[in-house]
Write a protein that binds this ligand. Sequence first.
Ligand SMILES: Cc1cc2nc3c(=O)[nH]c(=O)nc-3n(C[C@H](O)[C@H](O)[C@H](O)COP(=O)(O)O)c2cc1C
Length: 184
Amino acid sequence: MEQIGIFFGTDSGTTRLIAKKIAKLLGETAAKPVNVNRCTADDLLKYDALILGTPSYGIDELPGLNTRIAEPSWHEFMPQLAGRSLAGKRIALFGLGDQEKYPDRFAHSLIHLYRWAVDGGAEVVGQWPLAGYQFEHSPAVVDGRFVGLVIDQRSQSRLTDQRLQDWVAQVGPVLREKLHTEIA
Ligand SMILES: Cc1cc2nc3c(=O)[nH]c(=O)nc-3n(C[C@H](O)[C@H](O)[C@H](O)COP(=O)(O)O)c2cc1C
């Protein structure tokens, strides 16, 4: 059965936890979430419908050894994908951040996944409203919305489950449509 691929990077495990919650909400159409430091570009590119998640570390960069996290992550994985076309793919993004501690660059790493997806020719779905968050600046805001779901387990964990439910209700059908398109 065709499935929605879910890939994430993480340092302390929170993004993995959120990826698992998303997979559970999607049910059998979701593949088991995979850490990007344990897969190849082909493992990811075999899916036409994808959900990609990243925490935010460093300044204006994707997390990886460059941002002094413990293991390789998106920063090391991305070069494998360089030059590979994403045409025909539908991608939803989610990002983790801490708006109290980093209000000036909240969930910034997400914008790099977004730019990569758009530049590769993918259709990005799952943009998310700013209502309910309190921060000064986030590079992950484009046209007045986050480019994907933003989860803050540090200062707004009580809102997480509802946000996940609402977002999965939004992106689930749109991503599943992509699976049916291929069959038709
Ligand atoms: C050293 C360090 C730097 C961080 N930098 C940012 C940041 O720039 N922007 C932000 O929104 N969150 C930042 N965070 C918060 C993390 O992105 C957040 O805690 C996230 O949930 C961690 O996810 P993980 O457990 O999957 O690694 C930072 C956290 C740490 C420890």
